[in-house]
Design a protein around this ligand. Structure first.
Ligand code: ADP
Length: 482
C-alpha cells in the first residue's frame, strides 16, 4: 500500500511478533495491528530482538544494514541492525548474540531484565536513523520495552529531534512488570542512574519496577480492553500497581484488540464453513477426534481448552473439576504448556480413553484445529486483559464459556435478548465454572435452535481490527499534534 509522504510514522517496539517469535497474544496483536494500520494512513514498522528462535529461513533473509556500538552500563556494546519485509510489514532487528542468541525460550533467562533493557536502550540510540526512516511515535509493548520513554527522556530529552518523538505504552498484561528487589542493579543491568529510583520513577515498594517507569514516563498509556482498563484501578487486577494507574488515569485508556482477517477464518479453511453453511465444521470435529484418538462421535460435545498453563488461565479450576466433568456426556481436549506442575497434573489424568486428551506443548496447527473442530471453548481466567482465544473460537462457531473479566466480559455475554455469544460466570470459583459448562451442555443437547443462534451470533460478530485500528491511528495523530 502506498502511503502519503506525510503519513504518521509509528515504530512498534516489541519482544514478540507472530510467526517470528511468539509465546502468546502479544505476538498476534503486534503482527495484526502493524498489518492493518497502513489502511488508516499510518506508516507502521516493527523492531524486535534478533532471537535465534526466529525460524532460520527468516533469519537468513534479514539483511544487515548497520553495525554500531551502544553505550550501555558503562560499556560500548555491539549492536547490529537488520531489516526484513515480513508479511508486508517492514521489520528491524536488534542483533547482539550474547543477549539474543540463546538456547531455550525467548524468555526465562536470569538476566531477562538486562536483555530487554539493552534492547530498549539500543532502540533509542538507533531511533534517528533506521535506514533513513525515523518514527514520529514509538508504541512500546509491555514491560520488556517500558524503559524506552525513560531512556528517551533521560539520555536524549534535550535533543530536539528526540523531543518531537512521542510515546504510547501499551500494557498487554500487567502481571508481568520487570521487577527486581535490589536497586544495586540499576546501573549494572539497566544503565540507569540512582536518581530515577530515588525520585520514584522506577521504584515501587522499594523494588525496581520497569513497568511503572513506562506508565510514569510515556506520553500516553493504554491497555487492551476498556473493562481491563477499569479493572486496573483495583489491586486485585493491577498486581500492586493500582495506585500508579489511578494517579496517571488522565492519560490511560483501553482499546479492545481485534483479530487479523485471516486469523481463524473458517471461510478460508481448505474445507470452508460459515454460519450459513456449517457442514464442514463436522469434518474438522471428526478430524480433531481422529487425530487425538478421541471416540469419533459427531453427536458428542467436544470442549477445548488452549492456554498457557499458568495460574492466570484458571488451570486450577479446570483441574479441580475435571474428573467430575468427565462423568458428563462430553469430550475434553487440553492444549498448553507452562508451569511444570500444571503440565504434570494434566498429563496424569488417566482412565478416560477416547474422552480426554491433554497435549502438552505449543502447537499452532493443533490450536487452529481445536478452534475449528470443537463445540465449546473454555476460558476460566482469573484476569484477562483482552483474550484472543475466545474471539478465535467464536469466529469458528465454537461457543466460549468464560469468566466475566477483562476483555472476556467485553466480548462474550450470555443469552438474554437474542444477542448471546456464549456462557459466563462471575466468581473465580470451580463451582461457578462447572455450572456454566452444565448450562452450555444443556443448551447444546436439548435446545439445538438456541445453540445454533449462539453460534451464529459469535460467527457474525465483528472482531476485525477496523474500529480499534482507527482508534490507535487517532491516538498517534493526537500525540503528534500535542
Ligand atoms: P495470552 O496472550 O494471555 O496467552 P490470548 O488468548 O490473548 O492469551 O492469546 C493466546 C494465543 O496463544 C492464542 O493465539 C492461542 O491460540 C495461542 N496459544 C496459547 N497456548 C498455545 C499452545 N500451547 N499451542 C498453540 N497456541 C497456543
Amino acid at each position: 500500500m502506498t502511503l502519503p509522504e506525510n503519513a504518521t510514522k509509528v515504530l512498534f517496539v516489541a519482544s514478540e511478533m507472530a510467526t517470528l517469535a511468539k509465546t502468546g497474544g502479544l505476538a498476534d496483536v503486534v503482527r495484526d495491528l502493524s498489518e492493518v494500520l497502513p489502511e488508516q494512513g499510518i506508516d507502521c514498522r516493527v523492531i524486535l530482538p534478533f532471537y535465534n528462535q526466529i525460524p532460520q529461513e527468516i533469519r537468513e533473509k534479514a539483511i544487515p544494514i548497520r553495525q554500531t556500538y551502544v553505550h550501555f552500563a558503562g560499556e560500548d556494546v555491539y549492536c547490529g541492525l537488520r531489516k526484513l519485509e515480513h508479511d508486508g510489514v517492514i521489520c528491524y532487528f536488534v542483533d547482539n548474540e550474547f543477549y539474543f542468541f540463546r538456547e531455550g525460550n525467548i524468555y526465562g533467562h536470569n538476566d531477562d531484565m538486562k536483555r530487554f533493557a539493552f534492547f530498549s536502550r539500543a532502540v533509542v540510540s538507533l531511533l534517528q536513523d533506521l535506514d533513513g526512516w525515523s518514527p514520529d511515535v514509538i508504541n512500546c509493548h509491555d514491560w520488556q520495552t517500558s524503559l524506552i520513554p525513560l531512556y528517551k527522556h533521560w539520555f536524549c530529552g534535550k535533543l530536539p529531534e528526540y523531543s518531537r518523538v512521542k510515546t504510547l505504552f501499551t500494557i498487554h498484561n500487567i502481571a508481568f512488570q520487570g521487577e527486581w528487589g535490589d536497586p544495586g542493579i540499576l546501573f549494572s543491568d539497566l544503565s540507569l542512574p540512582q536518581d530515577v529510583f530515588d525520585n520514584g520513577i522506577i521504584k515501587m515498594r522499594d523494588c525496581i519496577n520497569m513497568l511503572k517507569a513506562g506508565i510514569v514516563m510515556a506520553d500516553k498509556v493504554n491497555t487492551v480492553s476498556e473493562n481491563y482498563a477499569n479493572e486496573l484501578g483495583n489491586d486485585y487486577f493491577a498486581k500492586g500497581l493500582a495506585s500508579v494507574i489511578n494517579e496517571y488515569r488522565y492519560k490511560f485508556f483501553g482499546i479492545l484488540n481485534g483479530l487479523g482477517i485471516d486469523i481463524c477464518n473458517p471461510t478460508k479453511l481448505p474445507k470452508p464453513f460459515s454460519h450459513s453453511d456449517l457442514a464442514n465444521k463436522a469434518y474438522y470435529k471428526k478430524t480433531l477426534q481422529e487425530q487425538l484418538g478421541l471416540t469419533v462421535d459427531s453427536r458428542r460435545a467436544v470442549l477445548g481448552f488452549v492456554a498457557r498453563l499458568e495460574d492466570q488461565k484458571g488451570c486450577n479450576l479446570v483441574l479441580d473439576r475435571i474428573h467430575e466433568l468427565l462423568k458428563a456426556d462430553i469430550q475434553v481436549v487440553v492444549l498448553g504448556t507452562g508451569k511444570p506442575h500444571y503440565e504434570e497434573q494434566f498429563r496424569n489424568i488417566q482412565g478416560y480413553g477416547g474422552q480426554f486428551v491433554a497435549h502438552i506443548g505449543f502447537d499452532a496447527k493443533l490450536a487452529d484445529l481445536i478452534y475449528a473442530g470443537a463445540d465449546m471453548f473454555l476460558m476460566p481466567s482469573n484476569d484477562e486483559p483482552c483474550g484472543l482465544a475466545q474471539m478465535m473460537s467464536m469466529k469458528c462457531g465454537t461457543v466460549p464459556i468464560v469468566r466475566k473479566t477483562g476483555g472476556l466480559a467485553d466480548t462474550v455475554w450470555e443469552e438474554s435478548d437474542g444477542t448471546g455469544r456464549g456462557f459466563t460466570f462471575g466468581n473465580f470459583d470451580s463451582e461457578d465454572m462447572i455450572n456454566a459448562i452444565y448450562r452450555a451442555l444443556e443448551v447444546f443437547y436439548d435446545q439445538k435452535e438456541q445453540w445454533a443462534k449462539i453460534m451464529t451470533n459469535g460467527m457474525t460478530a465483528d472482531f476485525s481490527w477496523d474500529t480499534s485500528a482507527k482508534t490507535y491511528a487517532t491516538v498517534y495523530n493526537e500525540l503528534i499534534a500535542d
